[in-house]
Design a protein around this ligand. Sequence first.
Ligand SMILES: [Zn+2]
Length: 124
Amino acid sequence: MRCVPGAKLGPMHEMSLAEGVLQLIEDAAHQQQFEKVVAVWLEIGQLAGVEVDAMKFCFDAVTRDTLAHGARLEIIAVPGTGWCMACATTVPMNEVFGACPTCGGYQMQVTGGTEMRVKELEVA
Ligand SMILES: [Zn+2]
């Protein structure tokens, strides 16, 4: 077995995120007494490093034979934003280490679009 530190984990990353989503759904089902989930709205920040296709695949895999079996997964992309120190303003960011679209500088601090969260559930 080879270990490659820093290598992108690929679908494993999405798999553990999908498991986290399922856990959250099961907790909500327990608290709010519903038995079936029809649709899940998932907000994914564009800087979160989550691949939408992989996420859909993993979601289908982990929800098999659960209360969310066959649920529709709706992805809402949240744009990335960063603070440019040179411009002293918030600007859109497409990648974590991207340049400022206004001044082209790299003194950027990511301020948004790095998270993933379950926004809404449609339950039955
Ligand atoms: Zn700038």
